[in-house]
Design a protein around this ligand. Structure first.
Ligand code: URA
Length: 453
């Protein structure tokens, strides 16, 4: 029977389930661009509003995973392990965990994405290093992995092309913040890399796509279920995203902060980033069989960070993917925004809470993200935070420094920050960094969709 996209949109809109053939038809249409964008966008919105059954989600993820070529890690002589985050502000854990895992004897074929909504994109950050290529063929990716143990690349016309199309459409059609679409997007990329094990960093709090903790837990359980069904050992850590992770949020400045940690520095404002990265890497090392427990994995991860081996691997990976190491060596001197401006406290008190999504939008509007699909992003735009939740502040103190290429871009981010940063008279303890760990053992308790507020 001939399938028509419009019938499938109508079916999902009216709350009916789609058959496996119908879902495969839509995914193939996205990958080959035979279904027009307006129909794909309408279908995404129908899924956003109506949701998917577990069977539909499984079919969608599998169809997206096989929408192009898949990576076969056989012959690498190492277990393949990866980490993926559900999207955050200042989240640069990938630049730490991939080389740490490689230093611990694993291979990390990381397929990442670009800025999405208010969150930054790993690929955009890496491309701020002059020459760094994120669009590698599978053979090139294999060569980088053989040489360095870690490769960080993007979706291409051949690698998960359905996600490439749908990811960019979701960004433009307000259909990002949905557990089924996030799960299919992430898991299709991760499973296409042929992983033995996967650690998911599910963000929760005001800067996460799913702010509500029950929704974050549900998303975590969906991803663990999907990964385990496909034969990849999967664990999810629910981590805090109530404020930017670390100090920097932008493109190059996030690379710069990561390099400082890889080089053994311990700035106070980057401690949360260091700790979350070590915990995630610890789980990767444990699931990859290089340590007897996640705690032992964390200890090994710390060793690889402090002895400089992770830094050596990061540099080797950047060079192998075409990046210019002189930029890495120049560090702060390479950071050349045309304009920088401090954002100062209007009152004294304590930094008690933040709307981290607004901080993320401030970063994007400074030029770190794009207004339209395909636009270039500004490598040196972004902001450096100078305070963490719980800190005392004095009126007039700089709370953040904003960087941009275009002075006219300051106004909106300043307005967003004024709304986003909240001060009180008494200190409030910051939320715990890790809220929960969801694995094959406890996932079933969280597989019931929470009621929408
Ligand atoms: N990261 C992805 O790759 N996809 C999403 O939908 C969200 C975060």
């Amino acid at each position: 029977m001939t399938l028509h996209a419009v019938d499938l949109i109508r079916k999902k809109r009216d709350g009916e389930g789609l058959s496996a053939d119908e879902i495969r038809f839509l995914v193939e249409g996205a990958a080959r661009e035979t279904i027009p964008e307006e129909q794909l966008a309408a279908w995404l919105m129908a899924v956003f509003l109506r949701g998917l059954s577990l069977a539909e989600l499984d079919t969608l993820t599998t169809a997206m995973r096989f929408s192009g070529d898949v990576f076969q890690p056989t012959g690498l002589g190492r277990k393949t392990v990866d980490k993926h985050s559900t999207g955050g502000v200042g989240d640069k854990t990938s630049f730490l965990v991939a080389p740490i895992a490689a230093a611990a004897g694993l291979a990390d074929p990381m397929i990442s994405g670009r800025a999405l909504g208010h969150t930054g994109g790993t690929l955009d950050k890496l491309e701020s290093i002059p020459g760094y290529r994120t669009q590698l063929s599978l053979d090139e990716m294999r060569r980088v992995l053989e040489e360095c143990g870690a490769a960080i690349v993007g979706q291409t016309q051949n690698l998960v092309p359905a996600d490439r199309k749908l990811y960019s459409l979701r960004d433009r059609t307000a259909t990002v913040e949905n557990p089924y679409l996030i799960c299919a997007s992430i898991m299709s990329k991760k499973l296409a890399a042929g992983l033995d094990a996967l650690v998911i960093d599910v963000k929760t709090g005001s800067g996460a796509f799913l702010r509500n903790e029950d929704e974050s837990r549900y998303l975590a359980a969906l991803m663990v279920e999907t990964g385990e069904r496909a034969g990849t050992r999967t664990v999810a850590l629910l981590t805090d995203m109530s404020q930017p992770l670390g100090q920097m949020a932008g493109n190059w400045i996030e690379i710069q902060e990561s390099l400082a940690l890889l080089g053994g520095e311990r700035p106070r404002l980057s401690e949360d980033l260091r700790e979350v990265s070590l915990l995630l890497a610890g789980w990767m090392i444990f699931l990859g069989g290089q340590a007897p427990s996640a705690e032992a994995g964390r200890a090994l991860a710390e060793e690889k960070l402090t002895d400089g081996s992770a830094l050596r691997i990061f540099r080797a990976m950047v060079a192998a993917q075409g990046g210019d190491l002189t930029a890495l060596d120049a560090g702060e001197r390479f950071h050349q925004p045309r304009f920088r401006r401090d954002f100062r406290a209007e009152r004294s008190g304590y930094f008690v809470s933040a709307d981290c999504t607004k901080i993320g939008w401030a970063v994007q509007r400074l030029g770190a993200g794009r207004e339209r699909a395909g636009e270039p992003v500004e490598p040196h735009a972004g902001l450096a935070m100078h305070v963490k939740l719980g800190d005392p502040v004095q009126a007039g103190q700089p709370l953040a420094t904003l960087f941009t290429q275009d002075e006219a871009r300051f106004a909106e981010p300043e307005h967003l920050l004024r709304e986003a940063l909240i001060f009180g008279d008494a200190p409030v303890p910051p939320p715990p960094l890790v809220r929960q760990i969801i694995s094959v053992e406890n996932k079933n308790s969280f597989l019931n969709p929470p009621r929408r507020p």
